[in-house]
Design a protein around this ligand. Structure first.
Ligand code: PBG
Length: 328
């Protein structure tokens, strides 16, 4: 060896030599109890319908939904987030507040299946229920009317709570939505129902496959209410507002392209921080793996680990059951 090469004294590689040592010193762990599985249920179908852009994900019948919920919790998954596709949509999203609407029925059925342990969550938003596909009701000018939407969210929160939902997840990015929902729940005697606020939710291209999963009617985009991807300081503001309004958990969404926001949220918030590994993140890994371009299992675990490492306590992921059963 040339005498110009100095022999290193400090050798970080020592702690990387074997699987056992790496396991001993790993800083971050993905654990099943912190994963939340999003589930889709569709009204009026008799068999589960696969979602082509989300291989492995289906639109459930009420019956197959119960089984999927049971299997997830049996595998150790910590929570479930329900989304529903109603048979009929209208401008106000009536089906969202109908006690016999598909989402409220699904909550009731899943709670009957898995018990009232507070881990059955529901997405609280109107986009699945409106015929125009926006997250709120439209004003005369054709724009989403923030304050009129708050009343609808309050009613939806009550319907979900009455169906037995333990955690509601407002995802519409209306100003004041957490306060409006908290007030409605409290007035309705549902002080125990928690709010998982989609606090920093970006107008993202990575929601593409989700819109297939809910047969989205949206023509256009949500940039007038969801956050603009260049902004990080604004995410801090959104998180602070949601905390002040009474959020019990704050969420950042999507996850992988917004890990800096997850980090900031985890340093700022004194409540648990969640991150949503969204449909497009899932689809990218599945599509690349299907072509043999990426090691699927390793990519799944690495992506979940990165989200946890950035500071998220909870991770919403379509891989929750499989990860809990087989990968962690
Ligand atoms: C709105 C909602 C969306 C997602 C979760 N809640 C869609 C949107 O904002 O357009 C996306 C989730 C995903 O892409 O996996 N109800």
């Amino acid at each position: 060896m040339s005498e110009l090469v100095r022999v290193p004294v400090v050798r970080p590689r020592r702690l990387r030599r074997t699987t056992a040592v790496r396991r001993l010193v790993a800083e971050t762990e993905v654990v099943a109890r912190q994963l939340v599985l999003p589930l889709f249920v569709k009204e009026g179908i008799t068999e589960p319908v696969p979602v082509p852009s989300l291989p492995g994900v289906v639109q459930h019948t009420l019956e197959s939904l119960r089984k999927a919920a049971h299997d997830a919790l049996a595998a150790g998954v910590g929570g479930l987030m329900l989304f529903a596709v109603p048979a009929v949509r209208d401008p106000g999203g009536t089906a969202a507040t109908d006690p016999d609407g598909i989402l409220n029925r699904a909550v009731r059925d899943v709670v009957a299946e898995v018990g009232q342990d507070g881990v059955v969550m529901a997405d609280l938003c109107l986009d699945e229920f409106t015929d125009h596909g926006h997250c709120g009701v439209l004003g005369p000018d054709g724009e989403v009317d923030n304050d009129a939407t708050l009343g609808r969210y309050a009613d939806m929160a009550l319907a979900l709570a009455e169906a037995g939902c333990g955690v509601v997840g407002p995802s519409g990015m209306m100003d004041g939505q957490v306060a409006a929902i908290r007030a409605a729940l409290d007035r309705g005697g549902h002080q125990g129902v928690a709010i998982l606020a989609y606090a920093a939710k970006y107008a993202s291209a990575f929601y593409g496959p989700f819109r297939d999963a809910v047969d989205s009617q949206l023509d256009g985009d949500r940039r007038a209410y969801q956050m603009d991807p260049p902004n990080a300081v604004e995410a801090v503001r959104e998180i602070e507002l949601d905390l002040a309004e009474g959020a019990d958990i704050v969420m950042v969404k999507p996850a992988m392209s917004y890990l800096d926001i997850v980090r900031r949220a985890s340093e700022l918030a004194t409540v648990p921080v969640a991150a949503y590994q969204v449909s497009g993140e899932y689809a990218m890994v599945e599509a690349a793996a299907a072509r043999g371009w990426i090691d699927r299992d390793a990519a799944i675990v690495e992506s979940l680990t990165s989200i946890r490492r950035a500071g998220a306590r909870l991770v919403l992921t379509y891989w929750a059951t499989e990860a809990a059963e087989r990968l962690l």
